[in-house]
Design a protein around this ligand. Structure first.
Ligand code: GDP
Ligand code: MG
Length: 440
């Protein structure tokens, strides 16, 4: 998916490479190319204009750092703007209610029935008991289709043959779900080929009656701009909480994914990426942006590298701890890691029984990190490797050299002691273990 858009964006950004600075002149040409690429990918014209204007403003405001090229910096700006355009945050699904009711809406063929089953499967894997309710009373085979899918994933399906009132079926389904203690009810509905009065009336009436925790609007990404128009049509008449974009596995130009959020200001919550019932993904705007920019693998690569690094470091550290070789160099690299994670006290307070030590440790905040780094840099390599060398005389010298008060030096060494203590008490390798806990 998105191959053309990716290629064209990459080409556009390449025109910036080799330029020493991002200037009004060189950015203008690139931005024009980006706008052209977006419109070619079927992004709504207004949306394409807005985002490229934002990209331009943001890129011009940036100083090019020595470490990155203007092209790289620009890629980051574009990635950030694409992420913002698609909603920034990963949206979650509301499962309030006993049972929680989820209502599907969308045109015929958009993928409602398939998605209902995919979602049921997804929730079932989270140990939720789910009931699927077949409320498409117009297509004779619709209930049968849902039964077949339900069987594949071992989820019960409620339907009524020869029953001609979708609202009544929904009500009876919910009643049945209550009696059988289901946690979630997914109501699959009928769609028409266009947004017509009858369909809108029925779905609105369904919504008024069952009062769902979530109404999800399902739309086929393959229809491009039409998806956006349809979403707009629904949005004007029906309140919905989120969008499901299906068939993103197909030969889509991707424009719908990019413009729909901006047009109806509702988050994309799930994407369908195939006909199989496991082909369901949560929608992460940042990952999608990176994928569009052809940086898709970068994120997972970095994550994997970090994990491997964590594991290796943890092993090294626990060896050092066992041999009492943990020193201030290690402490320094721990600080670098902690900086990524936040406050030591926060991390520690997540581990049962550790909060007392945390109180003694006090807060290690952003300012302290900076001070600690300065102090550690003023020590000799021997002192860093063997902190017990740091007698009062040496401490005074370090304080003077770093321009820090002696109390700050003492505090650092106390923190170091505390950390050694902490790490000995956490079985699986100290900070790495805590960081893993904190990430959860
Ligand atoms: P409904 O009319 O809205 O209920 O749509 P259906 O769920 O019956 O889906 C219509 C067609 O689209 C079916 O052939 C599905 O297999 C297919 N479909 C649904 N979701 C996806 C998807 O994410 N990818 C692909 N390739 N096909 C899909
Ligand atoms: Mg259907």
């Amino acid at each position: 998916m998105f191959e053309n858009l990716s290629n064209n964006l990459a080409k556009a950004i390449k025109t910036l490479k080799g330029q020493g600075k991002i200037t009004e002149i060189n950015v203008a040409a690139t931005v024009k190319e980006i706008r052209r690429a977006l419109i070619q990918a079927d992004v709504n014209y207004k949306v394409a204009k807005q985002i490229t204007d934002d990209i331009k403003t943001n890129a011009l405001g940036k100083d090019v750092l020595a470490a990155v090229s203007p092209g790289q910096l620009f890629t980051k700006v574009v990635s950030d703007e694409l992420t913002k355009l698609m909603g920034s945050e990963k949206a979650s699904i509301n499962l309030n209610g006993k049972p929680a009711i989820i209502l599907m809406a969308g045109l015929q063929g958009s993928g409602k029935t398939t998605f209902s089953a995919k979602l049921a499967n997804y929730l079932k894997r989270q140990n939720k008991s789910v009931l699927l309710v077949a409320c498409d009373i117009y297509r004779p085979a619709a209930a049968e289709q849902l039964h077949v899918l339900g069987q594949q994933i071992d989820v019960e399906v409620f339907s009524k043959v020869d029953h001609k009132d979708a609202i009544q079926i929904a009500q009876e389904g919910i009643e049945y779900a209550k009696n059988t203690h289901k946690q979630v009810v997914i109501i699959d509905t009928a769609g028409r080929q266009t947004v017509d009065v009858g369909m809108m009336q029925e779905i609105k009436k369904l919504q008024d009656t069952v009062k769902p925790a979530e109404t999800l609007f399902v739309v086929d990404a393959m229809v491009g701009q039409d998806a956006v128009t349809t979403a707009q049509g629904f949005y004007e008449q029906l309140h919905f909480d989120g969008i499901v974009l299906t068939k993103l596995d197909g030969d889509t130009r991707g424009g719908a994914a990019l413009s729909i959020r901006a047009v109806v200001s509702k988050p994309i919550k799930f994407i369908g990426t195939g006909e199989k019932l496991t082909d369901l993904d949560l929608f992460y705007p940042d990952r999608m942006a990176q994928r569009i920019l052809g940086m898709g693998d970068v994120v997972s690569l970095v994550e994997r590298a970090e994990q491997i690094y964590d594991e290796q470091e943890a092993k090294k550290l626990s060896q050092k701890l066992r041999k009492n070789q943990f020193n201030l160099d290690d402490f320094y690299s721990q600080i670098q890691q902690l900086k990524k994670m936040g406050n030591l006290k926060d991390l520690v307070s997540m581990i049962p029984g550790m909060s007392k030590i945390a109180d003694n440790a006090g807060n290690i905040g952003e300012e302290n990190f900076k001070a600690f780094e300065t102090i550690i840099f003023s020590m000799t390599p021997q002192e860093r490797a063997q902190p017990s060398l740091l007698d009062p005389n040496r401490r005074a010298r370090v304080a003077k050299g770093s321009g820090m008060p002696i109390q700050e030096v003492n505090r650092l060494l106390k923190q170091f002691e505390t950390m050694c203590q902490l790490m000995k008490q956490t079985q699986k390798g100290g900070i790495q273990h805590m960081m893993k806990l904190a990430r959860k």
